[in-house]
Design a protein. Structure first.
Length: 155
């Protein structure tokens, strides 16, 4: 990371930014080339490992790309605020952001899908939801096992 003064290294501060971000953009690659898509997400952070969870339609380009090549890059950002100044060149923009990469895979087990959907809804709404097997089987759920990520904040 070039701007070390903006790097966030404390786990509790990283998770605070992660909690504030509600949309994650994932980039996948298929025979047509690179493909990036914004998605709502949920997550778990256990024993220093970050796992992101997403839901999707049962089929489509994104799902095919993940099945063919699970390599994924991702980006999320939040805490947006314009920083004004007298001089145009001194304007700035406050933000928190997370970028990283990992491996995506389709979640097959219905109970795991139910858990992932509950985590997604908890992250998005702050509320606890329980999903039945019929609801879980109506969508594709995939997880992104994050191999590496970095967090930045500009206040």
């Amino acid at each position: 990371m070039r701007r070390k003064d903006r790097e966030v290294t404390k786990v509790e501060e990283q998770l605070s930014i992660l909690n504030d971000c509600k949309v994650c953009r994932i980039a996948v690659q298929d025979a047509q080339g690179l493909y990036i898509v914004p998605l709502n997400f949920g997550y778990s952070y256990e024993e220093g490992r970050l796992t992101l969870y997403f839901h999707s339609a049962l089929s489509g380009r994104k799902i095919r790309a993940i099945e063919e090549n699970g390599a994924v890059a991702f980006e999320m950002d939040c805490r947006h605020r314009l920083i004004e100044a007298e001089d145009a060149c001194k304007y700035g923009y406050a933000f928190g952001s997370i970028i990283g990469s990992g491996t995506a895979s389709i979640v097959q087990d219905t109970k795991e899908k139910q858990k992932a959907l509950s985590l997604l809804m908890k992250h998005q709404t702050g509320k606890d939801f329980v999903f039945g097997s019929r609801q879980a089987d109506a969508v594709t759920v995939f997880q992104l096992d994050v191999a590496a990520f970095s967090v930045k904040e500009h206040r």
